[in-house]
Ligand binder design. Structure first.
Ligand SMILES: [Zn+2]
Length: 87
């Protein structure tokens, strides 16, 4: 399963988000969505890409620009960002 907000692969049941009533929500990880709401409801796709680019850059040994582009491509395919322009 992949988080539909940040693209993180969710490996463990406890990493899934939950609704306010505690029911597990399979679309998102707990870092993006917690107890029924997004942890950062105002974040834009571009800001999320910047957040992802940091660790991605180190893991893949690529430049920050390349990492941001890769992150944007990843985010474009996720449910949370469908129909958003990325601005
Ligand atoms: Zn997430």
């Amino acid at each position: 399963m992949q988080c539909q907000s940040c693209g993180m692969l969710i490996m463990k049941p406890e990493e899934f988000s939950t609704e306010a009533n505690g029911v597990r929500k399979l679309d998102y990880c707990k870092f993006c969505y917690y107890k029924g709401s997004f942890t950062e409801p105002e974040i834009t796709m571009a800001e999320m890409a910047v957040k992802l680019a940091g660790p991605m850059r180190i893991n893949k040994n690529i430049t920050e620009e390349q990492a941001k582009e890769t992150a944007m491509d990843l985010l474009k395919g996720l449910k949370r960002w469908q129909g958003k322009t990325g601005q």
